[in-house]
Structure formats: C-alpha cells, structure tokens
Design a protein. Structure first.
Length: 431
C-alpha cells in the first residue's frame, strides 16, 4: 500500500478539471472566447430576469410577489434533485443545467408573458369577444409560445454543447431544468395574483384562492411543465443518437417532440378551460398521470441503458491494458462506484475520493465516446479526444484502480475473492 507522501505526489500530478477537455483548435476570434460568450449569455439572462421581475411585481404587488416567491420555491429543489438523480451515470456540467433553469425562469417566461398578452389582446380586438380570446389564448396560443420558448434552451445546448448532449437522458434533464425554471416564474405570478385577490376579497385559510391555487399547481401538478417539455427533450435526445448523415431524422425528431409537447400542453390547458373542474380531474387521472409514469419508466430505462453501454465498451480498453479487468464491471454499477469512492475516502482521504470520482467520470465519457464512434456520431477528432481521456485516466489509475477493483469484488460484480489486506480498519464488506 502506498504511503501518504506517495499518494500526495500522485494526486499532485493530476491536472485541474479545466484542463480535461481536448481543444482541437486555438481561439482566434473574439466571439469564440469562452469569457465573452459567457458574459453575453449572463448579461442577456440578467436583463430578462430584471424585466420579468418588474412585470411580475407590477402584476402581483410587492406582498403578493413575496408570497408567490416563497410558495413557488417549494417544489423546485425536489424537481431539480429528481432530474439530477437521473443524470448520475454521466452527469452533465452544472453550467448547462443552471443556464437551462435561468433560461426557463427568465428568457422563456418573458417571451411567454409578452407574446401571450399581445396575442390575446389582438384576438380580443379583432373578434370583439374577450372571453373567446382568453379561451383561445390558453388552449392554442400559450402552448405554442411557451413550448417554443422553452425548446430554445434545449436547441442551444444541443448545438453549442454537443459533447455534453449525447442521448435521451441528457435531453430529459435539460428539458426538465428548463421547464422547472419556467414553472417557477409562472407559479410566482399565479400564486401572487391569487394572494392579491384574497386580500381584496378578505378570504384566508383553506377557502382562499391562494390555497386552491397552491393545491392545483404545487401539490397536484408540479410536474406538468416538465412533462410537456420533456417530450421536446426526448426528440432532441433521440436525434443525438442518430448518425450525422441521417439529417432528416436529426431534424424531424426534435420538431415532432416539440409538436407533441404543444399538443399535450393544449390538452392540459383545455381540460381546465373548456371542460371545467371535473373535466380537468378526468384528464389528469386518465392521461397525465399515466403519461408521467410512462416517461419516468422510459427515463430510468435509458439510464440503465447507459450503464449497459459502459459495460459493453470499456472491456476493450481493459483488454488493451488501459484498465484492469475488474474496473469495467465496477464502473457499470452505481453501487460499486459509490463503494469505490467510500473506500478511497476512508482509506486515503478526500483527495483520493475526488480522484476516484474524476476517474469514474472520465471512464464514462470514454465509453460514450466509443459508443458514438461505433454509431458514426463521434466526429472527426475522435482519436484525439480518446487519447486525451486515456491520458487523464492513466494519471489517476494508481489511485482509482485499487478502489474500483475492491468495489467490484465487494459488490459481487466479479466473483474472485478479495485480497486480505490491512486498510486501516475500514472494511467495505461490512454492512
């Protein structure tokens, strides 16, 4: 077993996370600078956030805004944690997810408020029938505008963060974060307006409009907007799996997903607007709940498929000597991965656990890169990216390899008996 000094020397040789990525060309134009692009995006989203803040506060008042903000925040951590859990096999960068949430909460919400208001007023003026204009706006205009605005975030990541967008799970997670942000802002508006109405009418408690709105939007249907937009994310995710030469499929599938999202959104809004309360509950029970269950199953199945991809493609690197034979089985099990990190942390400390975590992430990226190469979607720089990933794996191998081997045997992923060694009193086999 290596001494703490030897381990520290090994970890000191590991490069910073910012140097993991292979960079095929030098930056030569101002707009290609990451700092410039990040600054432009942050500025745009900040301006949208300030505008949406002013619009919502004007609509609800200061007290209504604060009440709506507090109540609308409640489901956000749960939804974000659920989507992040789905992304555990190959976690996407947090910057992509934060961008998606901010786009939904600021840019998409601003576009929706302005476009929906303008379209509804134009229809009311043209038809001289405000009631019909509101119904048409809710069932036709709003689904088209809102789903298109949310889909823009998925499209941007699909185009400009293509290496991070590799399949169905990525599409679902990006769509889920975008829709969660949009629903957050929309819930502030609805709950704040309901609170203002209660203040005017003098109602409070369970009989208040705020309580009814909270029950419908936060308790019964916190997943409504994520469910709609996930259909768009599925379209982009399946398109990401298609070969580059299949251009029609790569274009048609996202469009089909967007159209389905608009259709389900229209059905949801129409059930409340046209069918009344009982129609709403009927659509909720007969369609929305089964659809949510089906999409949940599909997403979990896709996550298991990702683990099977790892177990199928990493043995080639083990055969070539880059990995030990026990590592691919361990890397294709979430339980074994966690055991490896725990083993490294208890035995060598947190820096070693971080190295194991980085090793798992790099190996997963390598497996998906090889999978895309087999499908013809890896790109022309596949060999350079593969060498870069193998280089970083090799730098962490002496720290991560023993932990993953131990975890593979402890979790039953391989059947050879574990070696009898002294690990400072820590026994990962003890339950």
């Amino acid at each position: 077993m290596r001494s703490p000094q030897q381990l520290a020397e090994l970890l000191a040789a590991v490069p910073e996370r910012s140097r993991w990525r292979y960079k095929p060309r030098r930056v030569s134009h101002l707009w290609r600078s990451k700092a410039v692009r990040a600054g432009a995006v942050i500025t745009l989203l900040a301006l949208c956030g300030l505008m949406i803040l002013a619009l919502v506060r004007e609509e609800t008042g200061t007290r209504g805004f604060l009440v709506g903000l507090g109540l609308a925040t409640l489901p956000v951590p749960l939804l974000m944690a659920a989507f992040r859990w789905l992304d555990r096999v190959q976690p996407g960068p947090w910057r992509n997810l934060l961008f998606s949430f901010a786009w939904g909460a600021c840019a998409a919400a601003l576009v929706a408020i302005i476009a929906n208001t303008f379209a509804t007023r134009w229809i009311a003026t043209a038809t001289a029938d405000p009631a019909s204009a509101d119904t048409l706006g809710a069932t036709v205009i709003a689904p088209v505008v809102e789903e298109s605005a949310k889909a823009a975030a998925i499209l941007l990541i699909f185009l400009f963060r293509r290496r991070d967008f590799t399949g169905i799970v990525d599409g679902v997670v990006v769509a889920g974060f975008t829709a969660t942000g949009f629903a957050f802002t929309e819930n502030i508006l609805y709950l704040g307006s309901a609170f203002g109405e209660d203040q005017t009418l003098g109602t409070s408690g369970l009989e208040s409009v705020t309580a009814a709105t909270f029950f419908v939007r936060i308790v019964m249907s916190p997943f409504a907007h994520p469910l709609f937009t996930v259909l768009t994310g599925l379209g982009f995710g399946i398109a990401a799996l298609a070969a580059r030469q299949r251009r029609f499929r790569r274009t048609a599938l996202p469009v089909l997903g967007l159209l389905l999202a608009m259709g389900v959104h229209a059905l949801w809004n129409g059930s409340a607007t046209l069918l009344g309360p009982w129609g709403f509950y009927a659509v909720y029970g007969a369609f929305m709940v089964p659809a949510f269950g089906l999409l949940t199953w599909l997403t979990i199945w896709s996550r298991q498929r990702e683990l099977r991809t790892i177990s199928r493609h990493l043995p080639a690197y083990a055969a070539a000597g880059w990995l030990s034979p026990d590592e691919p089985p361990a890397l294709s099990s979430m339980r074994a991965r966690a055991m490896a990190r725990d083993f490294a942390r208890h035995t060598f400390g947190r820096p070693a656990a971080n190295a194991v975590s980085e090793y798992e992430s790099l190996a997963t990226t390598l497996a998906f890169l090889r999978h895309r190469a087999h499908r013809g979607t890896a790109g022309e720089d596949f060999a350079e990216r593969e060498r870069e990933l193998l280089h970083h794996l090799w730098q962490r191998r002496e720290v991560a390899g023993p932990a993953l081997t131990y975890a593979a045997r402890a979790s039953g992923r391989v059947w050879s008996p574990p070696p009898h060694r002294d690990y400072g009193g820590y026994n990962p086999y003890r339950s």
